[in-house]
Design a protein around this ligand. Sequence first.
Ligand code: ATP
Ligand code: MG
Length: 225
Amino acid sequence: MSDMNLYKIQNVSKGIKLPNEELTILKDISFEVQKGESMAIVGASGSGKTTLLHLMGGLDVPSKGRVEFKGLDIMAMDEGQRALFRNKYIGFVFQFHHLLPEFNVLENVAMPLLIRGVKKKYAFNKAKEAIELVGVGGREFQMVPTLSGGERQLVAIARALVTGPEVILADEPTGNLDYTNAMRVGNIFNQLNIELNIAVVMVTHNMELASTLKRTLKLRDGKLI
Ligand SMILES: Nc1ncnc2c1ncn2[C@@H]1O[C@H](COP(=O)(O)OP(=O)(O)OP(=O)(O)O)[C@@H](O)[C@H]1O
Ligand SMILES: [Mg+2]
């Protein structure tokens, strides 16, 4: 494997045992992601996009096959090791921002660093930098419920970014936004990718946004097409 390789996904399948049958969600998926790459994952609702993203983020494990990140086998880790792996290497952004409403913007963005146990001052300085980078500087002390939808997603990106991840995994991050805000959020992902060399893997139904990323992976009924 070259050192440019970030992900190596090999013959991954995911099934769920239901009371009367075994449901196959992903079938024999293989692909690689290089460092600093950007990629859209597209496909109809139910095609397995979120399931695949969860496997890449170590939030779930495959039934068959291997998910390797920088040569590490995610399957071989226990729950605690997977949590450390996520905190160290991965930034997540979801369709619903999952920010904590009882905390302000600065505290939300600093949270992954505070969880790491770093000094508060350092965490807040880093958070401020990330907030400025995504273009919502000046809103540090605003409470989450008073932010607009677009601003919330930008803050969620700042939170994903604050730990200096190698990859940001985003699941329909613009799904709830109007056109202008979707493009604003999309531009930030591209900026992070190009300027900071963070790999971006984004599930999206927005074809215009998908076309701004370097590659597109298409899923149909759990298979790569
Ligand atoms: N825990 C589970 N139990 C049963 N079925 C599941 C489970 N998780 C996922 N599925 C099914 O697997 C299929 C793929 O789900 P997934 O959430 O990955 O789709 P998706 O491509 O992200 O869809 P959407 O675009 O609507 O978000 C769906 O049919 C879903 O109902
Ligand atoms: Mg989904």
